[in-house]
Structure formats: C-alpha cells, structure tokens
Design a protein around this ligand. Structure first.
Ligand code: FE2
Length: 400
C-alpha cells in the first residue's frame, strides 16, 4: 500500500537562513494524529526521523491519545522521560515547579502559564512559564522588560540518570497567549538578538550543529563521550545558566556530589557526543550542556594517525574532569548553532501538535509572560527502552 501524506515546509521567520532548513521540519496535512493506523504511523515515524519535527495543525488529541502516539515510537516503554515518580520524589529538582502530571495519564504533563480551572482533573492549578528574570533590563519598568526575553535553557528532554533519553517529544498547544512579539537577547558577549513570537518554542537541529563544525572539531566530537552528573537536575539546581541558555556558568554552585540523594554509579549516563539518526544515518551533536560532568575522548584510530594534521585536538585521547574546561569545550562546539539563522522559533496556534525527534534536536522555551497571559500545553516524552546509538566504527574512521 502506498501512503501519500501531504507535507509542506514550515513557515520560516526572516531571522532563519533557509539553507539550514532544507530537510528540517514539515507540516503534515490530512492526517488525524490521534488515530493513526499502523501503516500511516510507520510513515509518520520515518518522516519524523528524516525531518526532525512534524507539525499538525488543528489537532484533536486527548491525553490518552497523546500518550499512545508518543509510545508508538517505542513500544517497550511506558515511563515518563524524567521517571514516573518525578513529582513525588524530586521536589528539589529544577523541573518540579513547571510540570504537573495529568492524573488520568501521568506520563502526560500539563505545562504553561497562569491559573487555570477545571482542566483534565485539576480544579485549579497554577502553571509557571519557564523563564528567567536575569535580563539587564530587569530593573526597569515591567513594560520595558516585556519587550525583551531570553532562551530559558537549551536542552533535550531527558533525565540523563538511570533512564534513557526519550526518542520523541509531543507538545500540544491548547491555549496560546496573545501579545506582542519579543526580542531574544543573547547577552553572551555577542550583540546577537532577534525578534520572536510571544512564548514560542525554539528548536535547532543538532545534525546542523555537527555539520557546521570544522574538521578538527568533528574529529573531536566523533571520539568524545559525555558523562552526566548523578541526579543531574538536582545537582545543577543552585547554579546559574548562561545568559543565552546554553549551559551553566562555572561558579562552583552545583550541589556537591556527596550531598546529593543517594546515587548508584552504575546509573550514571555516559553517552556518545554524537547520536546516529536511525533513518538517515546522519550524526547529531546531542549534549545537554547544563548537566554534563566530564568528557572522555578516545585517541585518533591508529590507521588515521599518520594523516592527522597539526590542528588535531586531543589526538592521544583525554579524560577531562575539570568541569569548567569540559563545559567550555562543549560550548565552543554548540554555540555557533544557536545563532538566529539556525533557529526555528515555532509561533504556536491553538491546537498545534508538534512531534519532535528528541534525540536529534535541542529546544528551549522562550518568552517572558505576565501572570494573566494564560498558556496551556500538554507535553509527553517517554524514557527510551535503550540508549541512543553512537557513531559506527566507520563513522569514527571517517571523521577522526
Ligand atoms: Fe523540553
């Protein structure tokens, strides 16, 4: 049976450079994402890994349907990406104030902004938009402040301790705040800034992050593994994000490892820096910079050593345990790809459903909202049944 699913490109803003988005993102037409038969689902799955992000407009999706759709990408799992006990056991985590499990389907989270009533089993619930008030302009009048915003935190949805990173995240917008667009300021030593729709979600493809690297950085990336902290979101909770949301300032504010709740060394995640796309075979530079602890770099393979040029980085391998140095190295690899030309900021409309390849994109909440600007979303991602695949031996030989 031939399945014809109609696709169109995403609406790119003027800030985006279309040449970075030739394969990235598609709007899907004529398909009801809550009721996909297996053949249509297989095609959606293939398109998701190929294009990274699929948008369905005017979707109608109960929490049960959203859970089933998310789980269809990995039928071996049923665990929320941060663990089903997140709300019960991780009160100290930075994620706690922002996520409310829907009682009927706890793997689906209610996220958003403001006080809402009579929603999916909640009589009244207060939601808090992910935003930081650290702008230089924060001392000025509120009206001034609301013209500007920042990225909240570039990340993938993943616990990065014990559980494997979810393959796919589904984000369903039920109520979208209206208001003026805002200007994202980077405040990172560059003068970069760009205009975004109010409370958009920003996405980058980490395939593009890898492809944009120099040959010596690609050689480093393909040989590198990232060790994440135990209980990573509790560990980093006291620390301050960089102004551009890409990782943490190294000020020694993290919770000492000895003061974290008990942790099991065998549950610490050590993952390749590059994750291999199951459909395209492309490599994605997939690191959550906020919770990395150490880097482990393998030597350049013997057969490539003779050809390694003078620019080779750590040709003999290295184990970088200095937190600031590890962060700085990853920052240099990731920072170019959060420039405005690489970002797709999704301007939400009511009942938009986005499925994104959580093992191949990073995303960030954006926007500074007043309390009365109501935003209601349902979000779901499930811990994968296995860790993502890294580069093959062939990839290592090719890129080292
Ligand atoms: Fe997220």
């Amino acid at each position: 049976m031939v399945i014809n699913i109609e696709l169109s490109p995403l609406p790119l803003p003027p800030s985006a450079n279309p040449s970075h988005f030739i394969e990235f993102g598609r709007e899907v037409h004529g398909v009801d994402p809550g009721n996909l038969d297996p053949q249509v689902f297989s095609e959606i799955e293939r398109l998701l890994y190929k294009h990274g992000l699929l948008l369905f407009r005017s979707a109608s999706l109960s929490p049960e349907q959203q859970y089933a759709l998310t789980r269809a990408f990995d039928l071996q799992t049923g665990t929320y990406g941060h663990g089903n006990n997140l709300l019960a056991n991780q009160q100290k985590s930075i994620l706690h104030p922002y996520l409310k499990s829907i009682p009927r389907v706890p793997q689906v989270q209610l996220v958003g902004n403001g006080v809402i009533h009579n929603h999916e089993g909640f009589d009244e619930v207060e939601l808090k938009h992910l935003a930081r008030k650290t702008l230089d302009v924060s001392a000025k009048a509120e009206e001034d402040e609301l013209q500007f915003t920042q990225f909240y935190r570039w990340h993938m949805d993943a616990a990065l301790y014990d559980l494997s990173p979810p393959r796919v995240t589904t984000l369903y917008g039920l109520r979208i705040p209206s208001g003026e667009s805002q200007v994202v300021r980077y405040d990172d030593g560059t003068d970069e800034q760009f205009k975004v729709p109010l409370a958009c979600t920003a996405f980058i493809s980490t395939r593009t992050t890898f492809n944009a690297l120099s040959p010596s950085s690609k050689s480093l990336a393909v040989r590198c593994s990232v060790k994440y902290a135990p209980h990573p979101f509790e560990w980093m909770a006291p620390a301050k994000s960089r102004n551009n949301g890409l990782g943490i300032e190294s000020e020694g504010l993290e919770v000492p490892l000895s003061e974290l709740p008990e942790w099991d060394p065998s549950k610490i995640k050590i993952l390749p820096m590059l994750w291999k796309n199951p459909i395209t075979g492309d490599l994605h530079l997939q690191v959550n910079p906020s919770v990395l602890l150490e880097l482990i770099i393998a030597p350049i393979p013997a057969s490539k050593r003779a050809g390694a040029d003078g620019d080779a980085v750590f040709p003999d391998g290295a184990h970088i345990t200095d937190l600031a140095a590890a962060r700085e190295l990853v920052y240099k690899l990731q920072r170019p790809s959060i420039s405005p030309e690489f970002i797709y900021p999704h301007a939400w409309s009511e009942k938009d459903l986005i499925l994104f390849h959580n093992q191949g994109l990073l995303h960030s909440a954006v926007g500074t909202l007043r309390r009365d600007q109501i935003r209601v979303f349902h979000q779901c991602h499930l811990a994968a049944s296995a860790d993502p695949a890294g580069p093959t031996e062939e990839d290592v030989l090719k890129w080292s």
